[in-house]
Design a protein around this ligand. Sequence first.
Ligand code: 13P
Length: 404
Amino acid sequence: MWQPKAGVTLPGGWCATEDMLSPRSPATHLERCDTGLVFTMAHRFPALTAEQKKELSEIAQRIVANGKGILAADESVGTMGNRLQRIKVENTEENRRQFREILFSVDNSINQSIGGVILFHETLYQKDSQGKLFRNILKEKGIVVGIKLDQGGAPLAGTNKETSIQGLDGLSERCAQYKKDGVDFGKWRAVLRIADQCPSSLAIQENANALARYASICQQNGLVPIVEPEVIPDGDHDLEHCQYVTEKVLAAVYKALSDHHVYLEGTLLKPNMVTAGHACTKKYTPEQVAMATVTALHRTVPAAVPGICFLSGGMSEEDATLNLNAINLCPLPKPWKLSFSYGRALQASALDAWGGKAANKKATQEAFMKRALANCQAAKGQYVHTGSSSAASTQSLFTACYTY
Ligand code: 13P
């Protein structure tokens, strides 16, 4: 490895000092030869110990090992209500519990395709019909338990209906309690919209900063932060415009994460795939989506990030799988695991199969298992579309201005 010798002048008039060459030195600094100014790097005040970093990077890697991805089952009460309404089931705590019990009690082999499950607060403390906590059922399957930490959007005044995400107040205390209760990762979804004057630089900066504050607080409490800056698919913009905006958003997010001293090896990114807007008349192939997506990621996401787990953003189950497969076959360098963290695209056909009836448990679990396996294959670039897709799996799951 190249190392400058002490006293050697570096580009820009900087000069290496003895400190910089000492691996034990806590302060890495460069000295400006011509002015005598000292520039001290933040390394002097480490944010995390070596043990904390090791724990965080091991959790992150476990979640995305061998084509595994994440089930985002963290729909808030209101969002779950919309899902249940579609299948004409009442939105009660018991109905929400019953559906989730069916998902979580699926055969143990689910742990070959699902590495983590994100829960909503209510679900973390719910139990199955035998009185066993859901979180213990998941852990016994070897699945990492996560929690939704953001608390919804608040308007950014003076913008075209843009938002910033709430939830930083008391976040450290919440994270500490969740860690004690067996949670190992968190999720925070920031929403950026493509429209007239959107996303504004204010919305980009504000959301990037909140994501970085959240990520730093998570890591201090032993939780791997899933960083989710979602450019939502509402609008009639084309693929190229979505790519441009996604790059600007991701570049701002990684600048903020660096400013906040977030340890990237102990994070996961959950971005949108680069797609045309829902109302765009031009249609694009999975290969075009893949090329635009990987190009945007390649330009903005450091190789230190262990995994990128896409959200499904209203794509049909089948499209979400086909696009992920094409992304993994894209002939550009891909230094990260490219996997999934789907909500709608892992649960839509399971919800349809369930229809609120306990007797449909087997069919519900089979539908869920089928999507999980298909996405695991896609995360390795090995998915083969059989051509016999169910109606539920090809149906668009788009909802305008989607909230979680
Ligand atoms: P979808 O896959 O339904 O877009 O949701 C994933 C998610 O967790 C959004 O925050």
